[in-house]
Design a protein around this ligand. Structure first.
Ligand code: GLC
Length: 739
């Protein structure tokens, strides 16, 4: 009995399937990268010619990295008009945080905790990409991670599964909308399934070896949230999970995803990950890799070419049942129907729409709004910020201050190089002050690019004197320091998290001359800024904010937007603390016994605490929490407790606060973290205003997965904390009785 994937299309899918040869079915499971300039002549000779022939024979089901209406129409025309059955291609692309009008990198967006803004950002990305012929994005990346050495932290939502799940849901809904067949929505892809964010030592593509509690309580919940949001595809991951490559991992793809979660979409492999099972030491050759991947539930092969080469023989040899092929093909065809591609394969190919939609002002407004909300104020001594709008001599220092490219980040899709508004350009729109720019130090000797390493300048100090001269004359120094746009992202792991190159040296040199420094960080990951945190009066975390970066930063520095971001990842004091995260377990020796006794869980040369904790972020105003109350000190099965707290704006600016609720399950059958984020609310308050917020604690709040992956809710004693970060200090206790 075939499982129904979508009752609206099951019959159509099955009728096409009944017409397909085995080779044509396998063709639907085959995805190629754009392999020739489609507006030019057909490729002659070599790989491209083989692929072209396969495309014309209906042996290609999808392509990626074919962009623009003209190019998409050209390949779609071959699939629809030259092949025997005319099955349209699904066209995928990495629309991670924007197509051409780029929003902030996902880690930055996550710092906004603003689910509506994040959803809007994905809607804009989908609309602009769909207008250019794209109907499938390889996003959202929902990998939880605690290791800022890993370059791909920029692509996700940080260290917490609750925040990560809420954001994953919002992103899928943003990309797919409520009607996937609409011309401004695209299929999303939950990736990388699973546990890629736990790559050992933060080194990309490295081994993943995690316990079941981490798998069930940290890694899987955001993926489950995407299934709840009806995500149409999953992408598996390069890594092994406990010795078995995700691509060949039937526990993940069949038992959990298609079994327990009853998932109806399809799974695409990550680039070449089927073939990578050979170097992993899991498959002896390409043919066995194809067999293992297909039987484990990988439905589509991204660019390893092993399905189109081996699956037919494997079926004939009985090593892969044709029912496995049929299931994969039904899933793929169903998504193509849901996108409306069978009704009109060229629906995403409208040059006039592409022209009208690309880069339109409404998209710029949306990504600017997202960028402002993504900025986190980490320090602001003596109210150095916001800057006065007139009468100031401001020295702007640092190559990144004039950099129009780095803010686009490393997953920039079709974002044009140097198309971002720089900090210099943003500040120049405020003309009441005397603003002078000096690069001071440049990060790289050449323009960074997507696939290559870029050498960091560690010797050229020739810009220091000019920068120091400007610092000497200035009332305020704004230093923009951090990482260039390709120092985070795929393949960009670092062993150090400090300011790269000579930036720290320049910062300290300038500090000797003028202590009135506003440090603006432009980076793709948490950094170690211990010296700055102890010396620099004002620090703004500005990430890589996308196309409108400079405008967002300027509006925050001048107080036209009161920063409201909260960190989605802990900032370490030193890289030796990594992995560092707030939702850690207690251990058997959590507390310092005093008297310099060493036998407790600590370092001899650093504290356990981070520089800046998860959930932390300041405002130009101040907020006070008081009056934490529970309407009961216990609840029983199916019951709940109401928790209320008063929040006051005790400062001089209107501001938005993200009020966070954490719990601690004091003892359980599986040890639980000392704190777990379980709810949050955002609220805007005028100066002097106080409001009462109410939260609900129920079984969903206190349940967890046991080591068999079963959801359990256990009787016991709990603490609840409410505040403006994971170090919230307002607390109360409650019990749960399961009677
Ligand atoms: C890359 C990435 C994946 C991306 C895919 C297609 O290697 O791991 O996230 O979607 O290939 O570009």
């Amino acid at each position: 009995m075939k499982t129904s994937l979508n009752p609206k299309f099951d019959q159509k899918v099955d009728s096409i399937l009944s017409l397909m040869t085995l080779e044509e079915k396998i063709g639907q499971m085959n995805q190629y990268n754009g392999f020739w300039e489609v507006t030019g002549p057909a490729p002659e000779g070599g790989d491209a010619a083989i692929k072209y022939e396969q495309l014309r024979k209906g042996l290609v089901g999808s392509m990626l990295n074919v962009n623009g209406v003209e190019n998409v129409r050209a390949v779609q025309k071959i699939a629809v008009e030259e092949t025997r059955l005319g099955i349209p291609l699904i066209i995928g692309y990495d629309v991670i945080h924007g197509y051409k009008t780029l929003s902030p990198i996902p880690l930055a967006e996550s710092a906004s905790w603003d689910l509506d803004a994040i959803r809007k950002s994905s809607e804009v990305a989908a609309a602009e990409a769909a207008a250019a012929g794209i109907n499938w994005t390889f996003a959202p990346m929902v990998d939880i991670t605690r290791d800022a050495r890993w370059g791909r932290v920029m692509e996700g939502a940080g260290e917490d599964p609750y925040l990560g799940s809420k954001i994953a849901y919002a992103r899928v809904k943003g990309f797919q909308g409520d009607d996937l067949s609409a011309i401004n929505t695209i299929a999303a892809s939950a990736k990388h399934f699973a546990a890629y964010g736990f790559s050992e030592s933060g080194r990309d593509y490295n081994t993943v070896d995690i316990g079941t509690s981490t798998l069930y309580n940290l890694v899987l919940p955001p993926f489950q949230a995407t299934v709840d949001a009806d995500v149409k595809t999953f992408m598996n991951s390069f890594n092994v999970l406990n010795g078995i490559p995700a691509t060949g991992n039937s526990f993940l793809q069949r038992d959990i995803l298609k079994g327990k979660w009853n998932y109806k979409g399809f799974v695409v492999s990550d680039w070449g990950s089927i073939g990578e099972m050979i170097p992993h030491g899991f498959a002896k050759d390409g043919k066995q890799a194809a067999e293992l991947a297909a039987n484990a539930g990988s439905d589509m092969d991204m660019e390893s070419r092993l399905y189109v080469e081996h699956l037919a023989a494997l079926v004939k040899e009985g090593k892969v049942k044709e029912s496995v092929i049929d299931d994969a093909v039904r899933r793929i065809l169903t998504v193509k129907y849901e996108l409306g591609l069978f009704d009109d394969p060229y629906k995403y190919c409208d040059e006039a729409r592409e022209k009208a939609e690309t880069g339109k002002p409404a998209f710029h407004e949306a990504v600017l709004d997202m960028a402002k909300k993504s900025i986190v104020l980490l320090k602001n001594e003596n109210q150095l910020l916001p800057l006065k709008k007139e009468g100031l001599k401001i020295a702007l220092i640092g190559q990144l201050a004039a950099d129009k490219d780095s803010p686009l980040g490393s997953w920039r899709a079709l974002g044009e190089s140097n198309s971002a508004v720089s900090v210099l350009e943003g500040l120049q729109k405020y003309n009441g002050n005397n603003l002078r720019f000096e690069q001071g130090v440049r990060l790289t000797d050449e323009t960074p690019v997507f696939i290559k390493e870029t050498k960091i300048n560690t010797t050229d100090r020739t810009g220091f004197e000019a920068a120091k001269t400007e610092a000497r004359r200035a009332d305020v120094v704004v230093m923009v320091l951090g990482e260039h746009g390709f120092q985070s992202g795929e393949g960009r792991s670092r062993t150090q998290l400090d300011l790269p190159g000579l930036q720290q040296e320049l910062l300290e040199e300038v500090y000797k001359i003028n202590k009135n420094i506003v440090l603006v960080l432009m980076n793709g990951r948490p950094l170690v800024i211990d010296w700055a945190a102890n010396h620099i009066p004002a620090i703004v975390e500005a990430w890589h904010l996308g196309t409108e970066s400079g405008n967002a930063i300027a509006q925050v520095l001048y107080g036209d937007y009161n920063p409201s971001g909260k960190l989605p990842m802990s900032f370490p004091k030193t890289v030796g603390q990594v992995p560092i995260y707030y939702n850690h377990n207690s251990t058997g020796r959590p507390g310092n016994p005093g008297g310099d006794i060493v036998f407790w869980s600590h370092y001899m040369d650093a504290p356990n605490e981070p520089q800046f904790p998860f959930g932390f972020g300041l405002s130009y105003t101040t907020f006070a929490y008081s009056n934490l109350k529970l309407n009961s000190d216990s609840f029983a099965k199916t019951g709940s407790i109401k928790v209320s707290v008063d929040l006051s704006n005790t400062g001089n600016y209107a501001g938005k606060e993200t009020v966070q609720l954490y719990i601690h399950d004091l003892y359980a059958s599986v040890t639980r973290p000392v704190r777990e984020l379980k709810d949050f609310q955002q609220i805007e308050l005028q100066p002097g205003e106080t409001k009462t917020l109410v939260f609900t604690i129920d079984e969903k709040t206190i349940g967890f997965y046991d080591n068999d992956g079963k959801w359990v809710v256990e009787p016991g004693d709990f603490k609840v904390f409410i505040g403006g970060s994971s170090q919230a200090d307002l607390e109360a206790e409650f019990k749960y009785n399961d009677k």
